[in-house]
Design a protein around this ligand. Structure first.
Ligand code: DQA
Length: 147
C-alpha cells in the first residue's frame, strides 16, 4: 500500500505557529512519526507540503497518475476556501481522509466550512498529530474502522 500525505499552507511552520492550537512538534517530527508508523505496517509513504493551492492540486493528480492507494490531506486554510482541492480529489476518486490537528469545530465560524469534506471518506479533527495516524488506519481498513 502506498499513501500520499499532503499538508497545506503554514503547516511547514508546525512547532512555531500557534502552539496552543497546533502543539510543539515540528513538520519534520510529524513526518518522522507518520513514517515510523507506516514502516511498521509496510506502507509506503510520500510527503508533500505547499503553501500554494495549485501545487496541492498537482500533488493530488500525481497521487492518481502514480497509482497511490489513498491520500491523507490537511489542506490548512484551503479547507475553508478551495473548491479546486475538492474537485481535484473528486477527479481522482482516490480514498482520501481529511485531517485537522486542531478541533476546528470548536473554533471560529469561518473554520466551520470544509469544501473538501464532501470528497473525503472521513474527517479527523482535534487529535493533534495523532490524527494522521488515525487516518492511516482508516485507509488501511477502507474507512470501515470504528469511529
Ligand atoms: C488546520 C485548521 C485550519 O483552520 C487552519 O487554517 C490550519 C490548520 C488544522 O490542522 O487544525 O492551517 O487545518
Amino acid at each position: 500500500m502506498k499513501l500520499m500525505i499532503l499538508n497545506g499552507p503554514n503547516l511547514n511552520l508546525l512547532g512555531i505557529r500557534e502552539p496552543d492550537h497546533y502543539g510543539n512538534e515540528t513538520y519534520a517530527d510529524l513526518i518522522n512519526k507518520i513514517k515510523n508508523y507506516c514502516n511498521e505496517k509496510q506502507i509506503e509513504t510520500d510527503f508533500y507540503q505547499s503553501n500554494h493551492e495549485g501545487d496541492l492540486v498537482d500533488a493530488i493528480h500525481r497521487a492518481y497518475f502514480e497509482k497511490f492507494d489513498g491520500i491523507i490531506i490537511n489542506p490548512g486554510a484551503y479547507t475553508h476556501t478551495s473548491i479546486a482541492l475538492l474537485d481535484a480529489v473528486k477527479s481522482t476518486s482516490l480514498p482520501t481522509v481529511e485531517v485537522h490537528i486542531s478541533k476546528v469545530e470548536e473554533r471560529e465560524d469561518f473554520r466551520q466550512v470544509s469544501y473538501i469534506r464532501a470528497a473525503c471518506i472521513k474527517t479527523i479533527t482535534g487529535l493533534g498529530t495523532d490524527g494522521y495516524l488515525r487516518a492511516v488506519d482508516v485507509l488501511m481498513t477502507n474507512g470501515k474502522e470504528a469511529n
